[in-house]
Design a protein around this ligand. Structure first.
Ligand SMILES: Cc1ncc(CN)c(N)n1
Length: 227
């Protein structure tokens, strides 16, 4: 059985739940509150920073030139394409550089990016690729699901179009191909670990959207200290 067949079978209910999250339904019909998207786009800019670092770190530790070049290429491609999308929406929704600088990564964002970076720093390249793959896969999957029912005038049209674009599709397929190549040459325990790590990142994708929807943030240490 291929890696993707196994990993997707294990995460199918979670992927189905993500297609139907209130945040994503709101992207499709345009009803997502402006404040929720502003929160999301700030957190996503923090996320992409950590995600690209995780990929660059995995590239530096990769065993062969082919993997170095592919992982470094994913890091560069992500920073370029998705930063353009963020700049577009930050302008449209009035999110300033100061707003971004004043907002730390949320607990969900911090957890996800630290998981990716720790995996790239301490685990095999196969496991590192399994960790970053849901970032590609889940966004194409959700993008396709909501594109099919999106309102023509949703303000989130540019977001949806990015994740159903041929360019993003090519990146998803390329990352899947790297994962399959590494899975084929991996030993039994690494194969199992790749599936466990893929499932964890998929859950962290769910958690990222859930957090943006609910506006979860760190507790105020002053208030906590005062009991
Ligand atoms: C949290 C998250 N995951 C995935 C993607 C798509 N690269 C993203 N922009 N943000």
């Amino acid at each position: 059985m291929s890696f993707m067949t196994r990993a997707l079978a294990e995460t199918a209910p979670l992927c189905a739940a993500m297609r139907d999250m209130p945040f994503n339904r709101g992207l499709a019909d345009g009803s997502l509150p402006r404040a929720a998207f502003q929160r999301y786009i700030i957190q996503d800019a923090h996320y992409l920073n950590g995600f690209a670092r995780a990929l660059a770190l995995a590239a530096g530790r990769a065993p062969d030139a082919q993997a170095v070049s592919q992982l470094a290429g994913f890091a560069a491609g992500t920073l370029q394409a998705e930063h353009e999308l963020h700049a577009h929406y930050m302008g449209l929704f009035g999110v300033t550089k100061d707003d971004f600088a004043a907002t730390p990564p949320s607990p969900a964002c911090d957890h996800y990016t630290n998981f990716l970076i720790a995996t790239s720093a301490t685990r095999s390249t196969a496991e590192s690729v399994a960790a970053v793959l849901p970032c590609f896969w889940v966004y194409r999957d959700v993008g396709r699901a909501i594109h099919a029912c999106a309102a023509p005038d949703t303000p989130y049209r540019a977001w949806i179009d990015t994740y159903v674009s041929d360019r993003f599709d090519a990146a998803v397929e390329a990352c899947c191909a790297v994962a399959e190549r590494l899975y084929e040459s991996a030993q039994g325990t690494t194969r199992d670990s790749m599936c466990t790590i893929f499932a964890r990142s998929t859950l962290l994708e769910w958690s990222f959207w859930d957090s943006a929807w609910h506006g979860h943030a760190w507790p105020d240490p002053v208030a906590v200290g005062q009991g």
